[in-house]
Design a protein around this ligand. Structure first.
Ligand code: ADP
Ligand code: ASP
Ligand code: MG
Length: 477
């Protein structure tokens, strides 16, 4: 469906909003789109490193000196950016002062609620967009700074332990014509924050770390955008993390399903929840690089119909549980007993493998907003139904693609690459779209490189259409 004018949502990640040079790329994108008669909606992350620094502030808020030092670092980062753009260095000082008051209050109270944590983390995106909007306006671009909390509303989460509601919320993304009309009428372009939304009570909530991609996807669906662009520090979705696997190659076209699986299994360039909204609304998603804006990028869209392995992905920060049932215990309902406990403690099981007396499962701690002591409580509760052991900080490496199970016997070279590794668990996705190995965190980068080499070859990248490895199962070319 085409609209007049067209609307494009473009998300710029942390490194893409961190320097004056990157803001000049953003200005170019805006000017080009406006000249084409489109209304760009720009969704910005916090400046690179700022969300981590805010998490550090939360972790150390009881130490007044450390808090002050960290706040001064944050002030300096934003001052450098603002001054580099020719703006007053104190543009976000009021926000830093507000952070200081919130942290002082939390220290005095002896309590830092998830609600307050969310408000503090939100400051990163509010500061980057304050600087960006001021500069773009000074550049003569008619852009309206808009509070993302007026654009996205979190869904109520039934049964969720407290933290998740504020720290890893999901939002509705049904199309909203009135909102579209409002933005189109306000200015030639809109600038807003990723990562933040409000809940029905009006509190600030977060969409989970890395969630700005998902903010942009929700907005694209709500506004009926013609396309969504994710501008980042790589020029596309690759067959492996290009920073860890030197022979990784860019994929030109990827289906929504493949991209969703790659994101869920560790392709960090996309937040795992960002595919659903654009897939449902049929909006193409482009990945583009602010370091190389004219590079083609990757387009994610409807299924392009290829079977076989398309990528090797990896994740760290997994918690790995092995749960053994005492043979004398009631065998019926062991799996249900175990999964109910994960749910009750707010943990979502990520990978699972079961046999009659042993269940192995992982939880992705990078995606779990809950504190570490929640793991201890879960372990204590599991002990009432089994003998559990827990290894923190393990990793997974996955072969991701389509129709993989029929091809398992042909995964020989990949299995050889794993021969020397200490594999804790192997699972194949019920969706037949991945084979995943749970391995030691210190071995995972090397294993990903070896697997990628075994599957795709170690040499130069071929053109994309042949980059899809067809496993030699009947009917495959
Ligand atoms: P942003 O701050 O722009 O959101 P992220 O750091 O979240 O950027 O995501 C970009 C990073 O994702 C890249 O720098 C790259 O190292 C990593 N990455 C991991 N897997 C992949 C992959 N398969 N393709 C491309 N990038 C990947
Ligand atoms: N700034 C947030 C984070 O670093 C959200 C994002 O950048 O996607 O997690
Ligand atoms: Mg990101």
């Amino acid at each position: 469906m085409s609209h007049d004018p067209t609307l494009v949502v473009a998300k710029f990640g942390g490194t893409s909003v961190a320097t004056p040079a990157r803001w000049r790329v953003i200005a170019d994108v805006l000017r080009t789109r406006i000249a084409q008669g489109a209304h760009p909606v720009i969704v910005c992350s916090a400046v690179s490193g700022v969300s981590n620094a805010l998490e550090g502030l939360l972790a150390e808020h009881t130490d007044a000196d450390a808090t002050r030092d960290r706040l001064e670092d944050l002030r300096a980062v934003h001052r450098t950016l603002a001054e580099g753009l020719g703006l007053p260095g104190d543009l976000v000082d009021a926000q830093i002062d507000e952070l200081e008051s919130s942290l002082d209050a939390a220290r005095a109270l002896g309590e830092l609620s998830p609600r307050t944590r969310a408000r503090i983390m939100a400051a990163g995106e509010l500061m980057s967009t304050r600087i960006g909007a001021t500069w773009l306006t000074a550049e003569g671009i008619d852009v309206a700074w808009t509070d993302a909390r007026d654009l996205l509303t979190a869904e109520a989460l039934e049964d969720a332990p407290d933290g998740r509601h504020w720290l890893s919320a999901t939002c509705g993304f049904e199309r909203d014509e009135a909102l579209r009309t409002q933005l189109l009428g306000a200015a030639s372009a809109t600038l807003t924050q990723g990562f933040i939304a409000h809940n029905p009570q009006g509190d600030t909530v977060l969409l989970g770390r890395g969630g700005s991609d998902t903010s942009a996807a929700y907005l694209a669906a709500r506004l009926g955008a013609d396309r969504l662009e994710i501008w980042t520090d790589v020029d596309g979705l690759y067959s492996a993390n290009p920073r860890a696997v030197p022979t990784a190659r860019r994929l030109r076209r990827v289906s929504y399903a493949e991209a969703a699986n790659m994101a869920a299994l560790g392709a960090k360039v996309l937040h795992p929840r960002c595919i659903g909204p654009v897939r449902q609304a049929g909006i193409p998603l482009w990945i583009k690089s602010t370091q190389d804006p004219s590079a083609t990028g990757t387009v994610i869209g409807v299924d392009h119909g290829e079977d076989g392995i398309r990528a090797v992905t990896s994740r760290k920060q997994l918690a790995f549980f092995t749960m053994r049932r005492d043979p004398t215990w009631q065998p019926v309902g062991f799996l249900a007993d175990v999964t109910a406990r994960f749910k009750a403690h707010g943990f979502s099981i990520d990978l699972i493998s079961t046999s009659s007396g042993v269940i192995q499962a992982t939880v992705d701690m990078a995606a779990a907003p809950l504190a570490d002591d929640a793991l201890d409580r879960l372990m204590a509760d599991l002990e009432t139904v089994c003998t559990p052991t827990l290894r923190r900080d393990v990793a997974s490496v996955s072969l991701v693609g389509r129709n993989l199970r029929g091809s398992l016997p042909d995964l020989g070279p990949a299995m050889e690459a794993l021969e020397a590794a200490r594999v804790g668990m192997v699972t194949t996705g019920a969706n037949d779209a991945h084979v995943t190995f749970v391995v030691r965190a210190d071995e995972v980068d090397e294993l990903a490189t070896m697997l990628h080499g075994a599957v795709f070859g170690r040499g130069a990248a071929p053109a994309l259409s042949s980059a899809v490895v067809r496993l030699a199962h009947p009917g495959a070319a």
